[in-house]
Ligand binder design. Sequence first.
Ligand code: NAD
Ligand code: ZN
Length: 389
Amino acid sequence: MKALVWHGKQDIRCDNVPDPEIEDQKDAIIKVTSCAICGSDLHLFHNMIPAMKPGDVVGHEMMGEVVEVGSEVSKLKKGDRIVVPFTINCDECDQCRRGNYSLCERSNRNGELADKVFGHRTAGLFGYTHLTGGYQGGQAEYLRVPFADGTHIKVPDGISDEQLLFLGDIFPTGWQAAVQCDIQRTDTVAIWGAGPVGQMAIRSAIILGAKQVVAIDRLGDRLSMAAAAGAETINFEDESVIDRLNDLTGGRGPDKCIDAVGMEAHASSHMDSMMDRVKQATMMANDRAHVLREMIYVCRGGGVLSIPGVYAGLMDKVPFGMAMNKGLTFRMGQTHVRRWTDDLTRRIEEGQIDPSFVITHTATLEEGPGMYRVFEQKQDSCIKVILKP
Ligand code: NAD
Ligand code: ZN
């Protein structure tokens, strides 16, 4: 089959690879009908997250049709249409039973390595390094779905792939980011990053009743998309984020702050950001913390910082004393996808939201490597790419 394969930094190719097969009787195989490139894939593209190996198939946002099931799969049959969550779930361990699906205790095949690195293991993820199990990803014609009974979202017919695909990642990610803010009707929610995750967080915060939502980015098309949803916008290259957020909140600062940027924050003119870049380049720190520092500084005392943006490891110069004295609450994590997807599928069916609004580019798998560049460089007003294998 054809699949997008990681060969190294900024080197993803469309290769011919062996078709996946049932390896365990709990597996299913799907024929992928649609898949997407995620901002998290860009961290792999930039080789910012350790434990990728040349030959790994990438991709963790995908959906398709079940073509084969192992003998121990009871909840799926050939022909079923499913979205695959990016987190692999056994559905039986203590964390899965608590709804902490991104912390499944059984699905990470390299759990011992993860125990060493993180203290305790996290779930297996599709197409996302050997630290999370080294599973092949879904930017491919076919995908093996381990623990298939727990690792799927059944979706209704009569609704397009485009409307449903993002249930596997960015829609519940933006939603969880907003839910973690415990939004009150009087709240201003400020959201750094108006990429696909930020866009979903903006709409989620509005649905959950925020008084005011503010989107921060430097890319005009993304800010326009945020404004169309009803957000105030700040272009961080044109004005001071801190001053404008204080102006918009009567000097108090936002009640809730969402980091939908993560470890590769831009901020060319800030001293802290230049130091981050040097430290990242010389392996003296993993993450660029500019957005986190800005959130801690501007957030109203007693506020919440919700962090869906991905960080990899050690980070430098985080003003923890400021956070402690202001009584801030930090909430974060890889998304517990299935915790939210019954509710979000219903909201799509009811027409409360149509997540396909974010798609700007549709391409074939062969065009995938070129689309990584377009998405990375934000060329051609690119916000979200979906691929049709
Ligand atoms: P993206 O790269 O398309 O978007 C990031 C946006 O942040 C860009 O528009 C960029 O211009 C903007 N940005 C950069 N520096 C900024 C700054 N200083 N202030 C404000 N905005 C800034 O990626 P995406 O797909 O939207 O993903 C965003 C983050 O969410 C990534 O870190 C990704 O890995 C992460 N993510 C996490 C989960 C999860 O489960 N927690 C799931 C999906 C994605
Ligand atoms: Zn993702």
